[in-house]
Ligand binder design. Structure first.
Ligand SMILES: [Zn+2]
Ligand SMILES: [Zn+2]
Length: 161
């Protein structure tokens, strides 16, 4: 929970400095199953509940907190500033950029849930297609014990940036 509090404080500081926006958040680590990896729900005036996934948090810790907490917190800022904007539209992306102090980039890690079990996957691509590769295969590629080629164009797959 300490790590969550730490990241949450950073995000709240940024919202305050960049948007002059004070947001109250309650964190609940109670998501289970394979439907949601994180959720942000409005809970009154400038107050939000952010729900995190028990299994994914246990397994991916800091990486998950950074990715998913920022993502959900950006929804809270978005709901305050642009109540009628699309969930992952232009406004949300610009908030993500400002919270991350970096250009918006889709994470190349996906948190994949199968029957409630957490699997990490990576985006790989060639010129014609994008693939999701499990962490087991990804590690083989990183350590040079395997290469994977596109079945259509024959190109060696590269990690998507
Ligand atoms: Zn979202
Ligand atoms: Zn291809």
């Amino acid at each position: 929970m300490d790590l969550i509090v730490y990241f949450l404080n950073e995000l709240r500081q940024k919202a305050l400095i960049k948007y002059n926006l004070g947001i109250k958040t309650v964190i609940k680590v109670n998501l289970k199953g394979s439907r949601l990896i994180g959720q942000c729900v409005k809970d009154g005036k400038k107050s939000y509940i952010i729900r995190l996934h028990t299994e994914l948090l246990k397994k991916f810790r800091e990486r998950y907190i950074k990715d998913v907490l920022t993502h959900e917190f950006a929804h809270a800022v978005q709901m305050e500033l642009f109540a009628k904007s699309k969930p992952h539209g232009r406004e949300w992306k610009s908030i993500m950029e400002s919270l991350n102090d970096a250009p918006y980039k889709k994470s190349n890690i996906d948190y994949c849930l199968k029957n409630g079990r957490a699997l990490k996957t990576y985006r790989y691509k060639c010129d014609c297609h994008e693939y999701l590769i499990t962490s087991i295969r990804h590690n083989k590629i990183v350590y040079g014990t395997s290469i994977y080629k596109c079945k259509k164009c024959g190109q060696v797959l590269k990690l998507s940036q």
